[in-house]
Write a protein that binds this ligand. Structure first.
Ligand code: KIV
Ligand code: ZN
Length: 498
């Protein structure tokens, strides 16, 4: 393993934004760039300035924000692209050209010699302007090694500061990647960077192998977003490097969760609950044996070398048909609900009954069962009084919510992409500035027809990773959503002590 600091080149705003259906506003890009700076990435690839006026201005506004992190712009091996990067004022220019025969013939429509000359000239042009240069041999892993090394030698002599070896279509396996990068490592002197795509789910593993073979930098994205199946995920790469390999990084890992949530919200690409590091279940335990184990000592059923706190997460115990008494008692204790042994047995019976019916037991279900058993009812912080929505094909869906919040009547109104979105936004409006966010949202219909009950299960989370799940079933989908949302927020607030 490389003993130097392994640097992180984040391409969420460039390759990440190339994810189908993702388009970020300039403002969102700047917010993400600031979050990446706080996270401690070494380079932010802010975009491809030549591609449009909007892209140019987004890159420029990130440069103008004067972040501590180096801002990089992407360019093909042609002067107008490089000039656009120079005009935007980036600190690093990333020039790229295809080197594999398939891309040379059908994409670039150039010969090997032509692409070699263009690459060398492009690097020289960047260096003549006194700017740092990263060169990418696109589709390197499908390029004949002799030609790849020839290009590497050429761009290195032309002054490239760092050479990137992209696995553009994600066809490498870890052992092949190791040997591939090792051969290049023995040949080039400048630092080596890798950019692995995830077509076979191996992007992180291949990046790690490249580092083991002597690469110095990894290109990654938040939540692994990017072209097709995406790029190597930043959180997984960083935690594997630091916790498993003991590598030194500049990443402030405690911000991994909040950065992931931010990008999830802006891109609207939901990450699965089982996603390593940042997924809802990454540190959750339901089964009796596991929960009891982690209550005694966390590393019984967690890696130990990586704790939830290290990545900004919280350990969660989950009620359900596999749950044991220890976990349920602990969950109630965390929610400030005291129960005796007999009450706990009755609560467990109810929880298992629901679980056996194949239903998810949300946190609020558990608290409601406990309240019914103990006769101690929570005084909710928010009481819904009125909800009205306006929707149709000629109006923007708009919702108004009236509620009593901590004793004061508040009215919130917001628009949304649909009536449910508008209503949830209106709930946020009455809360004012809050760090509570909707984390998960699922609607199922109970029974068939148009009069079916909408069964809504919602998860709300605060910025410290505290998550509460709640359910509501109603004939009206909007009312069910708002009720579930408010009961989850009430519980989150009660858990916080108000
Ligand atoms: O996948 C790729 O090869 C790229 C290059 C521009 C580095 O995104
Ligand atoms: Zn890529």
């Amino acid at each position: 393993m490389n003993r130097e600091i392994i640097t992180f080149f984040d391409t969420t705003l460039r390759d990440g934004e190339q994810t189908p259906n993702v388009s970020l506003t300039d403002e969102q890009k700047l917010i993400i760039a600031k979050a990446l700076e706080k996270l401690g990435v070494d380079v932010i690839e802010a975009g491809f300035p030549i591609s449009s006026k909007g892209e140019f201005s987004a890159v420029k506004s990130i440069v103008d924000a004067d972040l501590r992190t180096t801002t990089c712009g992407l360019a093909r091996v042609v002067k107008p692209d490089i000039d656009a990067c120079l005009d935007a004022g980036v600190g690093l220019i990333h020039v790229f050209a295809s080197t594999s025969d398939v891309q040379l013939k059908y994409s670039m429509k150039k010969t090997r010699q032509e692409v070699y000359d263009l690459s060398v000239d492009a690097v020289e042009y960047v260096k003549d302007h006194g700017t740092k240069c990263l060169f990418s041999a696109m589709d390197a892993t499908r390029t004949e090694m002799e030609f790849l090394l020839h290009v590497c030698r050429g761009v290195e002599s032309a002054g490239a500061d760092i050479i990137n070896i992209p696995d553009t279509v994600g066809i490498m396996a870890p052992s092949r990647m190791y040997n591939f990068v090792k051969e290049i490592r023995e040949f080039v002197k400048v630092p080596i960077d890798v950019h692995c795509h995830n077509d076979f789910g191996l992007a992180v593993a291949n990046s790690l192998s490249a580092i083991e073979a002597g690469a110095n930098q990894v290109q990654v994205t938040i939540n692994g977003i990017g072209e097709r199946a995406g790029n190597a995920d930043l959180a997984q790469t960083a935690m594997s490097l630091s916790s498993i390999f003991g590598a030194k990084l500049n990443i402030n890992t405690q911000y991994l969760l909040e950065t992931s949530r931010l990008v999830e919200r802006f891109t609207r690409i939901n990450i699965p609950s089982t996603m390593p590091i940042v997924g809802e279940n990454a540190f959750s335990h339901e089964s009796g044996i596991h929960s009891r184990g982690v209550i005694e000592r966390a590393d019984t059923f967690e890696p130990g070398i990586m704790t939830p706190e290290m990545v900004g997460q919280r350990r969660r115990l989950v009620a359900g048909k596999h749950a044991g008494k220890h976990a349920v008692r602990q969950m109630l204790k965390d929610a400030h609900i005291d129960v005796d042994e007999e009450e706990l047995t009755r609560i467990m019976g109810r929880v298992k009954e629901i679980g056996d019916k194949g239903r998810r037991v949300t946190d609020v279900d558990l608290y409601a069962i406990a309240e019914a058993v103990t006769n101690e009812v929570l005084k909710p912080a928010i009481l819904l009084e009125e909800l009205s929505v306006m929707t149709g094909n000629r109006v923007t869906p708009t919702a108004t919510v009236k509620a009593v919040v901590e004793g004061k009547t508040k009215i919130g109104a917001r628009v949304g992409v649909g009536p449910v979105d508008a209503a949830i936004n209106a709930v946020h409006d009455i809360l004012g500035a809050t760090d509570v966010h909707l984390r998960t949202f699922r609607i199922d219909s109970i029974s068939g027809g148009t009069d079916a009950l909408a069964d809504v299960v919602i998860g709300v989370e605060d910025s410290r990773g505290n998550l509460v799940t709640a359910r509501a079933a109603r004939g009206d989908i909007v009312i069910a959503s708002v009720e579930a949302m408010i009961s989850a927020i009430n519980r989150l607030k009660a858990r916080d002590g108000g």
